[in-house]
Design a protein around this ligand. Sequence first.
Ligand SMILES: [Zn+2]
Length: 220
Amino acid sequence: MAQLKHGDVKGKILTVNGLIEPHDLGKTICHEHLFIDFRVVYQDPPLKKDYKKSLEKVSLGNLGWIRNYWNSNKDNLILNSYEDTLYELNDFKEYGDSIVELTSIGSIRLKNHAERLKSLSSATNLNIILGSGFYVDNSLPEFFKNKNVKDISDIIISDFFNPVNKISSGVIGEIGCSYPLTENEKKSLKASAIAQQKTGASIIIHPGRNENSPFEIIEY
Ligand SMILES: [Zn+2]
């Protein structure tokens, strides 16, 4: 199958099921995670006696506690049910047409993440646009650390120009940032900016959890 070229994707929307025209997007939600392994934000419960609650499955019995300590229960941080997502997308179809799925490369993605999105898009006829690029430092894949800015930007760019029978990303993001930015995150930001220039794709940045973070990112 032929490789996509820049001219093929220019002015179009690149979904997990191929190219569409911008006017086919319809109502679009721009930042969604249909699946995610969000254990990168896990923190032990503040009280030692609650430790075993961190390992329990989410249930009516522990829901009150989990709502107070949402990131101290591992099961609560994983969104991986294909059936539940399909059910919710069929509900969403009454109100919208397209979803931008920003679970970027690294430990937050499930195995077969892109394939699952493609299958959901086919099953529901919704447009799903997958995000490329890298999330926060502690979710980065092992190979990231040994690569330079050019290597990283090449990985992001190549994600947009897969052969037409392979799934491509359609936006860059979410690019994860901590506050203050780590060296890896600076590399990721720089590579994303280069990839944006080369692909023309939109870029979505997740600032660190601090009011100064957006300014640090812009100034960097
Ligand atoms: Zn997000």
